[in-house]
Design a protein around this ligand. Structure first.
Ligand code: 2P0
Length: 339
């Protein structure tokens, strides 16, 4: 029995998470999921999401299999994935307008626990679904699509060091500003739990915007912080990048904490303490922390082993993941290939 070719259109993409060196936190007014402030990140090789999208005219609903588990039709992640697919369907040819899709996505690192799995997940989903639908979009267009689902995902579309615009008049565009090898940087992720976080980034930001007495100060300060980071990065100044990154993370968390949003745990703070102790003893390490309890230590390649040896002894640090600046999202199967 032969099926129409379109019912079997599929593509597979791989993307890496990213961590922001200059953070964003909060959304611009006016919709579109545009950040309130600009951010600058590094895309991390060493952790990956692989996502296959197959448009299938015989399906009655989109399906999402995440890390081997079929998600309920009304599960939050599945609904967000369907919303992305709706945008792709609307832009695709009429033969796909009503076609549902099966998404099979796997992370090789903890999901939804502050390791930016939504960034790599939606970047891979955006690229795979665009190509499965036969759309010849630029990376900028794929990033725009990814951003609407998860703002930080726009940054994972690109490799190396990436900025994402934000602010009252911004359209939330993302672009690469420097290649993966432009700074001598290694990232040690101190994994402090394998569990999912209790408060999503979207909810944490919403609560912060609504309730933090320091939110206005954060929004006023972050653009300059981003500019200084960009300049330090382009100058290849590891020390300055590290100092600014640690400051940005602590400012973001201070702002969120004042609204009752606490992502750090005792283990996170113990790791932060160790990063600062290393620095005091002459090892150039800096910390950043995202919307979860894992601390990420920034270090030069030559000091990686020394920093690892100290971080793995910190109480509450379960294991370390090592990452290097990596590439952007890319296809792992040809466009529109049959599944
Ligand atoms: C960042 N984070 O700049 C900041 C710092 C986490 C801490 O962007 O609501 O995935 O899904 O668009 O963009 C995580 O939030 O949030 C994030 P949604 P997003 O990396």
């Amino acid at each position: 029995m032969s099926e129409p070719l379109v019912s079997r259109r599929s593509a597979t993409a791989i993307a890496h998470p990213n961590i922001a060196l200059a953070k964003y936190w909060g959304k611009r007014e006016g919709g579109g999921n545009v950040p309130a402030v600009p951010s600058l990140s590094v895309t991390l090789a060493g952790m990956s999401t692989t996502t296959k999208v197959s448009f299938d005219a015989t399906l009655v609903d989109d399906e999402l299999v995440l890390n081997g588990v079929v998600q309920a039709p009304d599960a939050r992640t599945k609904v967000r994935a369907s919303q992305l697919l709706d945008r792709v369907r609307a832009a695709a040819g009429p033969e796909l307008h009503t076609s549902r899709a099966r998404i099979v996505s796997t992370n090789d690192f903890p999901t939804a626990s502050g390791l930016a799995s939504s960034a790599s997940g939606f970047a891979a989903l955006a690229l795979a679904s665009v190509r499965a639908a036969g759309l010849d979009w630029s990376a900028e267009q794929v990033a725009d699509l990814a951003r609407r689902s998860s703002a930080s995902a726009a940054r994972s579309v690109f490799g190396g060091f990436v900025e994402l615009d934000g602010g009252p008049t911004s359209d939330g565009a993302a672009r690469a500003v420097a290649g993966p090898k432009s700074l001598d940087l290694r990232v040690i992720v101190c994994v402090t739990t394998e569990a999912e976080k209790a408060t999503s980034s979207t909810d944490g930001m919403g609560t912060t915007q609504a309730n933090s007495p320091y939110y206005a100060a954060w929004v006023a300060d972050a653009p300059e912080s981003h500019s200084l980071m960009r300049a330090a990065l382009l100058a290849g100044d590891f020390t300055r990048v590290g100092e600014l990154a640690e400051r940005s993370a602590l400012a973001m968390h201070a702002c969120a904490m004042a609204a009752g949003i606490v992502y750090v745990t005792g283990a996170t703070l113990a790791a932060l303490d160790e990063v600062r102790a290393m620095r005091a003893s002459g090892l150039a390490t800096y910390a950043t922390i995202d919307a979860g309890p894992h601390l990420k230590c920034l270090v030069r390649a030559s000091e990686l082993a020394a920093a690892r040896a100290r971080l793995e002894r910190v109480p509450g640090v379960l294991r370390l993941i090592e990452a290097t600046p990596g590439d952007g999202a890319r296809l792992v199967t040809p466009q529109g290939a049959p599944s």
